[in-house]
Design a protein around this ligand. Structure first.
Ligand SMILES: [Zn+2]
Length: 207
């Protein structure tokens, strides 16, 4: 076990030395940047001991490596994986953003169509001569269509994008009930923030 540790120290030491030379800095320059003695750097590079935990973050920053790399004594492939994961996450976020944008656009289209239909039905019921029961039936159908449309539009407002709290800038997706009962001007709604608990006029944001 002790032998293994010794091996690691030497590998880590060689790695620190390699990275330092790649950066084109001398042992004493590195020591100066870290506010420690040249001897300490020499000890690390010869595998005598590890850098103090307190020195590690700055050392890694100067050498352009991660703490993970430092302990492994080599640049770990994980870094590549993490980067790819980040890229994938970013791509997924963009896709959701685009979907939300289309949903909100659809809300306007549905809203306009339903409004025209509703007004047409009411106009027909009011202006054209017909039996009273047909008139009531038409008005009934008009209102039901209107209510169903409202339900879908509210649902889109709830799930597409996020609402942002004015106080703490927390972004969240509210419950359907909260969206439904909140007073609103356009897409800005007066709601209670689940994070800080304060009420404010919250804007719809896509990111
Ligand atoms: Zn808040």
């Amino acid at each position: 076990m002790k032998g293994e540790n010794q091996m690691d120290l030497i590998k880590i030491g060689k790695f620190i030395s390699l990275k330092r030379k790649e950066k084109g800095i001398t042992q004493s320059e590195l020591a100066e940047k870290l506010y420690i003695s040249d001897r300490a750097i020499s000890k690390w590079e010869n595998g005598v001991c590890l850098p103090d935990a307190g020195n590690m973050p700055l050392l890694c920053e100067i050498l352009g490596i991660t703490i993970n790399d430092l302990f492994s004594g080599e640049v770990v492939n994980m870094k590549e994986n993490e980067k790819r994961l980040e890229e994938n996450l970013l791509e997924m976020t963009k896709m959701k953003e685009e979907k939300d944008r289309q949903l909100l656009k659809m809300e306007y289209v549905i809203g306009s169509i339903i409004l025209v239909m509703f007004l047409t039905i009411i106009a027909v019921a009011a202006l054209i001569k017909m039996d009273d029961w047909i008139r009531f039936l038409l008005i009934g159908i008009g209102f039901i269509t209107f209510l169903v449309a409202c339900f879908f539009m509210l649902r889109i407002e709830q799930v597409a994008g996020y609402y942002e709290c004015k106080h703490c800038h927390h972004k969240y997706v509210p419950t359907y009930l909260n969206v439904n009962k909140a007073p609103h001007i356009g897409r800005t709604r007066y709601m209670k923030c689940p994070e800080c608990g304060k009420k404010s006029w919250q804007k719809k944001v896509l990111k």
